[in-house]
Write a protein that binds this ligand. Sequence first.
Ligand SMILES: Nc1nc2c(ncn2[C@@H]2O[C@H](COP(=O)(O)OP(=O)(O)O)[C@@H](O)[C@H]2O)c(=O)[nH]1
Ligand SMILES: Nc1ncnc2c1ncn2[C@@H]1O[C@H](COP(=O)(O)OP(=O)(O)O)[C@@H](O)[C@H]1O
Length: 207
Amino acid sequence: MQLKKKGLLIVLSGPSGVGKGTVRKALFAQKDVNFQYSISVTTRTPREGEKDGVDYFFKTREQFEQMIKENKLLEWAEYVGNYYGTPVEYVEKTLAEGKDVFLEIEVQGALQVKKAFPDGLFIFLLPPSLEELKNRIVTRGTESADLINNRMKKAKEEIDMMDYYDYVVVNDEVNLACEKIKAIVTAEHCRRERVAQMYKKFLEVES
Ligand SMILES: Nc1nc2c(ncn2[C@@H]2O[C@H](COP(=O)(O)OP(=O)(O)O)[C@@H](O)[C@H]2O)c(=O)[nH]1
Ligand SMILES: Nc1ncnc2c1ncn2[C@@H]1O[C@H](COP(=O)(O)OP(=O)(O)O)[C@@H](O)[C@H]1O
């Protein structure tokens, strides 16, 4: 058992358009939320309004491949033609400081994180229906018709993976989804605290 309390690694996944970004921004706008957001690296072109170092670190494929070679990524995946990855240094440093880290990543990456951090907290965000998912992607208006179809195909594969997650949260209403995520994190902290206390007590009895 670790003596120094480490932060909790929280992973949020879900199909494109379900509202991960919206829910994440709503969560981080709340004063009682102390998670640290891990900014990912991507080779995707920035969307209108996106800023380098805020939404993503935007890199070329060559730069990204160099980061893979240098083991600078905790996990990475190719998603609809672009690379996405999590810088490892920030995650390890922040967890070691006892702070909770929040990753918003797709399922292939989440499975890699689960191998490296089996005690992470894995949450899957589900749309109320596939029809509503398509509606949201179309309404967002950032993808061409081709890309929307690719993302819908991918969405069905992704939803098949929700079994690997600890919790499933339906994003029917943004504030409600945020409340559910906060409740899950609080409950997980309490559970870990209880286990740590029992373990401590057990050691006292043994010695
Ligand atoms: N594996 C992995 N996936 C990521 C990372 N950052 C973002 N993603 C995921 O990549 C997918 C595409 O992201 P993006 O192009 O921003 O479009 P979005 O679907 O509208 O969020 C989403 O499922 C993101 O959660 C990362 O660091 N690693
Ligand atoms: N609970 C919700 N109800 C209705 N629309 C939503 C909800 N959550 C997100 N949206 C909308 O759905 C679209 C996709 O959301 P976004 O956060 O970009 O998804 P993701 O990051 O999962 O791809 C956006 O237009 C957003 O405003």
